[in-house]
Structure formats: C-alpha cells, structure tokens
Write a protein that binds this ligand. Structure first.
Ligand code: HEC
Length: 125
C-alpha cells in the first residue's frame, strides 16, 4: 500500500490554491501517471510532447500536453470527456481513442496528471 501513501503526499505538495482536501481537481497525480504511461504514452509520449514515431505518423498529431497555451484553456470536464469517449466526442480526431473501461476516478486521475505537464503551469480557475 505504500505507493498510495506516497501518491497522496505528492498530491498534497502539488496542491496550488484549490480547496484543501482536493488533489488536482478530483484526481491523484501518481495513479494518473501510471495510467498515462500505460495508455497515453504510445501516442502522446512519456513527457506529453508526442515525440513518438507513432505520433509523428498521425494526422492530426496527438496533442502536445506541455503546450500550456492550448491545454490550459481546456476544462477538466472536456479533457475527461476526450479520455472517456474519445476525440470524436469533443469534435477532435477519432484517432484519439475512447478509454471506456476507466472508472470516473481513474479518469480524474489521468486529468490530474495531464495538468502537471503544461508549460506554463495550469492554474485552477
Ligand atoms: C492512438 C493514439 C492516442 C492515444 C493512445 C491517446 N491519444 Fe490523446 N490524442 C490523440 C490524437 C491524434 C489527438 C489529436 C486530436 C485532434 O487534435 O483532433 C489527441 C488529443 C488529445 C487531447 C486534446 C483534446 C482536445 O480537445 O484538443 C487530450 C487531452 C488527450 N489526447 C489526452 C489523452 C490521454 C489522457 C490519453 C490516455 C488515456 C490519450 N490521449 C491517448 C491520439 C491518442
């Protein structure tokens, strides 16, 4: 169980200005990182910059999650919807696959991790 304790610690440290008991939104960054590495990295890259050969072969290319100017304008709900139901559900490319087996908590976790990638950093409205 230890990794979860560490995960909670990380989340507390990353807390910037939200309500005290929330992580980033409703998600846990460490759990989200694990899911991201398993499910998103093949296209978006481990660092979120979409540098993989698979990504470069796609049109449109997978979104660069470090692009804060773009990513920080998206709401948690929008990102969650893109993850859960796929790109087409938010008017984007159907190449972005739906993750129908993820629980609402797991989706929140992935959103929380994606939020850590943006440069400049995401500020909760
Ligand atoms: C098979 C490759 C692939 C995988 C796997 C993938 N994506 Fe994507 N993703 C894409 C592509 C391609 C786009 C660009 C869609 C567009 O701009 O039309 C995209 C776009 C996005 C966007 C931007 C949506 C928007 O409104 O602009 C987000 C957020 C995102 N992906 C998150 C994720 C997350 C989180 C995962 C893992 C759960 C993931 N993606 C897995 C290919 C992928």
């Amino acid at each position: 169980m230890r990794p979860w304790i560490i995960a909670c610690g990380v989340v507390v440290c990353l807390e910037v200005g939200g309500t005290p008991h929330t992580a980033i939104g409703a998600g846990y960054v460490e759990a989200g990182a694990k899911l991201y590495h398993e499910r998103c990295a093949p296209c978006h890259g481990l660092d979120g910059k979409a540098p993989t050969p698979m990504a470069q072969a796609m049109t449109p290319k997978p979104r660069d999650h470090t692009d804060g100017a773009y990513m920080n304008q998206l709401s948690d709900a929008h990102i969650g919807q893109a993850i859960k139901s796929g790109g087409a559900a938010v008017g984007k490319s159907p190449m972005m696959p739906a993750q129908t087996d993820l629980s609402p908590q797991q989706i929140d976790d992935v959103v929380a991790f994606v939020r850590t990638l943006a440069v400049p950093p995401y500020r909760r409205p």
